[in-house]
Design a protein around this ligand. Sequence first.
Ligand code: NDP
Length: 327
Amino acid sequence: MFDAILIEKPEDGDQTVSLTQLEPDALPEGDVRVAVAYSTLNYKDALAITGRGPVVRKFPMVPGIDFAGTVIESSHPDFSEGDRVVLNGWGVGETHWGGLAGEARVKGEWLIPLPDGIGMNQAMAIGTAGYTAMLCVMALERHGVTPDAGPVAVTGAAGGVGSVATAILSGLGYEVAAVTGRESETDYLKGLGASEILSRDEFTGKVRPLAKERWAAGIDVAGSTVLANLLSQVRYRGTVAACGLAAGMDLPTSVAPFILRGVTLAGVDSVMVPKPERIEAWTRLGTDLDLAKLDALSVELPLSQVIETAPRFLDGEVRGRIVVPVA
Ligand code: NDP
């Protein structure tokens, strides 16, 4: 038996969430069974657990969109017992039981061998949020953004994606302007390498088609008015990597930044990214992220406290990353 968080929903009622015990036989189909050592609480997991967003597509569901652990048994040619693995996305925690449980059974093709040098707790301090931050940095690079191009604005900087993005960019030599709604996190963000802290209020006012050119690039987790304002402030031929909707799904912008300044809006999805790009992202996390900074940006939360913490997470009260020791 192992501990697991389970979300259930009767046909005619509201969902319920509980910490329960499951047997390996209950696990879904898959060719690799993993002893989960660490999982995390991501924004999406908090949406799933609270039911505030339509994340779970199939009930009952074990949430947890990522995990790190050790292979217990495998019939997949790439993995054998004892291998250290990490998983992000692929619908795990949405349509297939996820990481907030002592064991998981998944398709081997979803797993990435955890690079040497990254501990399992560190892999989950990075988690889907940090891996998405790396995908955002790679998107900026693909569009020719280099450290000497000028400052990069990171929104939601004190959150999971924003914290890791700030740490990666500053480590690579970029000048980072951290946009936050929490002035109290100034020292934290400077510690991660931000050179400037900006109030979120500067990005929530009326959106002008074009504003003063400030940023060579941006990484945005907010969407809505925040992203619209960011786009209007991006310099000629700059790029914004957009991955989130913390402020909303809408995007009240105009074509002006695109057709008058040649700005690129690069969408970033972490869920269905092809495997070679995932391997590249994890390899780069091993080399380009100062893993010592993970201690500052992550806290451990026991599995028993995950359910009660989920609403606080969505209310923006949580800093950085939450790592959940499961084993
Ligand atoms: P967090 O909750 O850790 O961080 C979100 C941050 O956004 C908050 O900490 C806060 O930062 C800021 N924020 C909160 N509310 C608002 C608001 N109303 N307006 C502007 N900013 C706000 O979440 P994550 O970092 O894990 O995820 C961030 C977003 O990215 C989420 O929308 C998530 O769904 C998305 N995401 C998308 C992925 C993909 O594959 N595309 C993968 C991973 C995440 P501060 O306090 O500094 O202002």
